[in-house]
Design a protein around this ligand. Structure first.
Ligand code: F6P
Length: 370
């Protein structure tokens, strides 16, 4: 007989679509099946750092609007590692014990952490240090977390990027332009690869496959020779420039973020090919809005399975999507394996087979027209 009575749930790291759908499923399963109490902790671990701890108690009637709601009703943060927490005087302080004390003050029997690799690593460290019964649900638009084929939020981001390509297609054709769409994904090219295929891109540049500008310009020229007056390109934000450096932007506080590879490519491509180029940077649009049906389904399946893991006492595990089933894997295993795009992945091979260029090979041009 399980001794669980009260569970906490928090969202941590960057938001994405589908987080609220996961909270809804957890609440339904925990209250409806097991008769537990469910407490949503506000603003990731900040809610446990706060005194008194900040939380919302969920009842079954609170779950009604959650399925389709974007973002996270609990709030989140991707800043402030509690083991080196930035204090107002500029110093860094280890605040992990405050979070652990917050969990115990709330008399929680277990905690569900919804996060990506960075958040789950922090949550696991807290759990090990403070005797927190942790179970994890993977979420990230980047889809780069190990040991799961899918994470919550990825599908919605791909849908949004695909829709952007669908729209760019017409304006590109109308103006005979090369249209470049820069998408998120951190160090992985999953969004660019999936949206590129789905959205009919001619060129996909991802960090996992090295390109040259010459090869890209030749691919554009080949399209031209075949009678196309435009080209669609999708580029992942962490693709490097030709010197091998990531393109970043620094704000006035000195904080540095990925961004700008699209404009770099537009400038270099128009120099080498003479093509008129335009850039769209999709940014946080990919994280917002109503979750796709697939993300709602995934979040629901993950939420139920996470509660069941707690009931089984299978802590320190993450629910995972594998071969159209939900399984569980040790959190340590999931965070140890960064999941980049395999350059020999079936989707890369599919893209190549339908003529999509990754910029890594020279394409054949009609010699008479070069
Ligand atoms: O990890 C999710 C993600 O959206 C990345 O794709 C992107 O590089 C980053 O977060 C953006 O972070 P922020 O919300 O801090 O700008």
């Amino acid at each position: 007989m399980s001794k669980i009575k009260r569970i906490g749930i928090l969202t941590s790291g960057g938001d994405c679509a589908g987080l609220n759908a996961a909270i809804r499923a957890v609440t339904h399963r925990a209250i409806g099946t097991y008769d537990w109490e469910v407490f949503g902790i506000c603003r990731a671990t900040h809610g446990l750092m706060h005194r008194p701890p900040e939380y919302i108690q969920f009842g079954l009637s609170d779950t009604y609007p959650l399925l389709t709601l974007g973002g996270t009703i609990l709030g989140t943060t991707n800043k402030g590692n509690p083991f080196a927490y930035p204090m107002p005087d500029g110093s860094l302080r280890d605040r992990s014990e405050e979070i652990i004390a917050g969990y115990h003050q709330m008399n929680l029997d277990a905690l569900i952490g919804i996060g990506g690799d960075g958040s789950l690593a922090i949550l696991r460290q807290l759990a090990q240090q403070g005797g927190i019964n942790l179970v994890a649900i993977p979420k990230t638009i980047d889809n780069d977390l190990g040991s799961t084929e899918r994470s919550v939020g990825f599908d919605t981001a791909v849908n949004i990027a695909t829709e952007a390509l669908d729209r760019l297609h017409f304006t590109a054709a109308s103006h005979s332009r090369v249209m470049i769409l820069e998408v998120m994904g951190r160090d992985a090219g999953h969004i660019a690869l999936n949206a590129g295929i789905a959205g009919g891109a001619d060129i996909i540049l991802i960090p996992e496959i090295a390109y040259t500008i010459d090869n890209v310009c030749q691919a554009i020229e080949q399209l031209h020779q075949r009678g196309r007056n435009f080209a669609l390109m999708v580029v992942a934000e962490s693709v490097c420039d030709e010197t091998g450096c990531k393109v970043t932007q620094t704000n006035r506080l000195g904080q540095c973020r990925l961004g700008g590879i699209g404009q770099y490519l537009a400038d270099t491509i128009s120099d080498c090919s003479g093509a008129e180029t335009r850039v769209t940077v999709l940014g946080h649009v990919q994280r917002g809005g109503v979750p796709s049906p697939l993300d709602r389904v995934l979040a629901s399946a993950f939420g139920v399975a996470a509660v069941d893991l707690i009931a089984e006492g299978k802590f320190d595990h993450m629910v995972s999507w594998y071969d159209r089933d939900v399984i569980s894997v040790p959190i340590a295993e999931a965070i140890a394996q960064y999941r980049a795009v395999d350059p020999d992945d079936i989707l890369v091979r599919t893209a190549r087979s339908i003529g999509i260029c990754f910029g890594d090979h020279a394409v054949k041009l009609d010699a008479a027209r070069r």
